[in-house]
Structures are given as C-alpha cells and as structure tokens.
Design a protein around this ligand. Structure first.
Ligand code: 13P
Length: 248
C-alpha cells in the first residue's frame, strides 16, 4: 500500500501571512490521512518547520545544489535543508529546468545529494505543449524519467511528480485518459527498472490541480497524490484537495 501524498509547492511566494495559513492547515490534519508536505521558499523553511513540527504536516525544500558545500553563491545544500527540519526536497521542477537550464544529469546528482542528507527527493518530469501534441509524448516522458532518476532510487527515498509544463499555472489539465496512460507508463517503467520496488514509488500528478478537479484526477490507480502550486497557497483551497485524496 502506497501512502497517499499531497504536496504543496509555494514556489517564490510566502511571507508571515502565508505562514499563518500554514498554521491553520497544520491544525486541521489527522495523522491517519494522506501525508502532507509543504515546500516554502528556502528562507521560510525553519519558520515553517517550527509551526508544523507537532502536526502531521511535513516541510520540504524546492531545490538543492548537488554539492555539499562550497563557492556557489545563492545556492542551498541538501544538508542545509535537512538542518531546518525539512524531510524532502523537490528537484528538477520544470521552472528550474527552464529558468536555470538544469539538465537531467544535474537533477540526478541533486537527487543523490538529497538522499545523502536523508531527504526524500521529489523528482519532477513532464512534457512541453509541443511534445504533448507530437507523436512521441510517452517516449519523451519515459526518456526524461530514465535520465532524471538515479540508480538506487526506492519508494522510500524518491517520489515521482509528473507535471506537464503546459498544465502548470494555466488552468488546463490533461484528460483523465491522458493522466491514466502517462501514470501507468511511469509505473511500468519503474517496475521494469527497479523490479517489485517500482510498485512502492508514489507518483504525483501536478499542473492546475484545484478543488474542482482533484477528485476526478485521484480516481486514477497510479495517481498517488498531487503536487500543487497555486491552490496550496490557501488552506481553504488546499484542504478540499487533501480531503478528495483522503476519500479516493
Ligand atoms: P499549479 O498547481 O499552480 O499549476 O503549479 C503546479 C506546479 O508546478 C507544482 O509544482
């Protein structure tokens, strides 16, 4: 049985008011529900952990450097994220790939750095709009999965997030059939590569998940939860998504 997971990616949003929302969210969770991870910007990690530490809500980073320390101005090492009390980190988000030119090889190295710091790596993959409308959509996603996930990945140290780039922040989502087809393909690739362990990985869907569409998305067998951007910024939006996941 895979534990369901609702992860919120605050991206470059967050301040004291948003931390108050996090307090509201933390108060309303029960330990038997889905796992909940909130990923605030790095400067807020410690405060976020302080607010959630006695609740079932976990904290995660949004990115880490592959190196353990050194001359990398502005970057954050995985151990620094772990030191705040966070237990996971997103790597390979399409906004990092796009804004910072991150390659699959760098993302593999970041995932390994996360593991070395005892963090779960939430590894993101997903196609562009041109790749979705082209003839090789599933092959493109499969190649990205292969190249972004290091050997040594397990269901404990890694979560896969499938986020079609064209669905992020647009209000557009793939059809349920497309989500099912893609997540089933990812599951098959994981079991082909890792054997039975491949069944233990959580596979999240991300891209315009809202209270209005969450329940339908969660009907897919290989959708184990969601990675949510905009709708994770308000407890009143995120809670119905968590509740839909819990009920699925
Ligand atoms: P939205 O939910 O705002 O579309 O963002 C999805 C995302 O990129 C989460 O990482």
């Amino acid at each position: 049985m895979r534990r369901k997971l609702a992860a919120g990616n605050w991206k470059m949003n967050g301040d004291a008011a948003l931390l108050a929302e996090l307090g509201t969210l933390a108060e309303h969770q029960n330990a038997n529900g889905p796992q909940i991870i909130i990923c605030p910007p790095a400067p807020l990690l410690s405060r976020a952990h302080e607010i959630t530490k006695d609740s079932p809500v976990d904290i995660g980073g949004q990115d880490c450097h592959a190196a353990t320390s050194g001359a990398h101005t502005g970057d954050v090492a995985a151990s620094m994220i772990a030191d705040t009390g966070a237990t996971s980190v997103i790597v390979g988000h399409s906004e990092r790939r796009g804004d910072h030119g991150e390659t699959n090889a760098e993302i593999r190295a970041k995932a390994q750095a996360a593991w070395a710091a005892n963090l779960t790596a939430i590894i993101c993959i997903g196609e562009s709009e041109a790749e979705r409308t082209g003839p090789d959509t599933l092959d493109v996603i499969a190649a990205q999965l292969d190249a972004s996930v290091p050997d040594g990945a397990t269901g404990e140290n890694t979560v896969i997030a499938y986020e079609p780039i064209w669905a992020i922040g647009t209000g557009r989502v793939p059809t349920l059939d497309q989500i099912i087809e893609t997540h089933d393909m990812i599951r098959t690739k994981l079991t082909d590569r890792f054997g039975k362990t491949g069944n233990a990985f959580r596979i999240l869907y991300g891209g315009s998940v809202k209270p209005t569409n969450a329940a339908e998305i969660f009907t897919a067998e290989n959708v184990d939860g969601a990675l949510v951007g905009g709708a994770s910024l308000k407890a009143a939006d995120f809670q119905p998504i968590i509740d839909a996941l819990d009920a699925s």
